[in-house]
Ligand binder design. Structure first.
Ligand code: ZN
Length: 159
């Protein structure tokens, strides 16, 4: 899923426990559960992977926009008095975002060893559990990602 979906699930997890360690662990677990739902855009994948060596730049652009969107929602929740940042929330969000940053940092800085290879393999495997080709057309990806955002915001506000 996009960071915005993972991050909001982290806010929900953190708000439901007062233990940062539990929030962090549940955050990491939730990341892989959400990643198993088919969610990657075929259009974005093709745009990034056009063979002109711009993949990393475009990937960073996508990730930055995604993070910006997540932080905007967080700011709105804070300014409307719907969210108080505390340790469990920070730990929950960190747990949900970290699994992608681990491989992104390894990719960006070209860190390659058995651990990063195995981790990347596992992360990719999770993405293909329910849908082997992984990448879906936007007409499916948008409702899935948007549905995730709305689902976690609503659940957070209702609980
Ligand atoms: Zn992931």
């Amino acid at each position: 899923m996009y960071q915005v979906v993972h991050g909001l699930s982290g806010v929900l997890i953190g708000s439901q426990t007062n233990n940062p360690v539990i929030a962090f662990i549940l955050g990491v677990v939730s990341h892989f559960i959400l990643d198993a739902i088919p969610h990657d855009s075929l259009e974005i994948h093709n745009w990034q992977d056009n063979g002109r060596g711009e993949k990393m730049k475009k990937f960073v652009l996508e990730a930055s926009l995604d993070l910006f969107l997540f932080l905007s929602i967080i700011l709105i929740l804070i300014y409307t008095d719907k969210l108080k940042i505390n340790m469990p929330v920070v730990a929950g969000v960190t747990g949900t975002l970290l699994p992608d940053y681990v491989w992104a940092v390894a990719e960006l800085f070209k860190i390659k060893n058995t651990v990063t290879d195995k981790y990347k393999q596992f992360h990719n495997w999770v993405h293909g559990i329910f849908y082997k080709p992984v990448y879906l057309p936007g007409k499916y990806v948008i409702p899935i990602q948007l549905g995730g955002v709305i689902f976690f915001i609503l659940l957070y506000l209702l609980l």
